[in-house]
Design a protein around this ligand. Sequence first.
Ligand SMILES: [Zn+2]
Length: 208
Amino acid sequence: MARGELFSTALQQRERVRVVQEFLDWLYAVDRSPEQQVRSFWTWHAWLTPEQAAGPAREQFDRIIGATRAWRWEKLRHNWIARLNGMMNRLRLQHPGSVQGVGRSLVARAGRDGREYLAVVPVMPQPLTEENFEDLVLDEVMQYLDGLAVAAVGNCAQCGRLFFRLRAKRRLFCSTRCKYEGAPSTKRRKAGEKARRAQRRASAGGKR
Ligand SMILES: [Zn+2]
């Protein structure tokens, strides 16, 4: 999704959840180089489209990638996964998960239509470290989830991955792959039903 497109519009709840889902996709992705991992993270966090990342914003974008390339991204990734899951598990407890206070400022941003829009942006801690950045990102993710039905939050029955179920019918699995790996009996049952239906059609055709 071109997150840059959303700059000048209030994010709808569904879009907000999609932004978090993109973060989860980044968290759980495994087949990428360390360079891709850093680059795709900042593309997500900076709300850039690939075109924007290669265009006017490039210099600034490359600078932040250069400054954070040596971070222990695998450790960050694991911490984010563990802390998000911990927060979801502690929803109804007296001491739910929290993050260190993050400063925010209200700024005016130019939209694509030339008008200016208010934006609440996190204040990047100085100096930016892995530790304070970990909280900053979780704070952002928590805000996007504000107002979401608890029933939409799920853990995949096969791989355990955190995901959101925005349809009325609640999925048990995060992906089609997990669905078939996790419930081969369901697949077999469906195949059986299909075969029976075909048989009924064939026999009904025979009577005509
Ligand atoms: Zn899964």
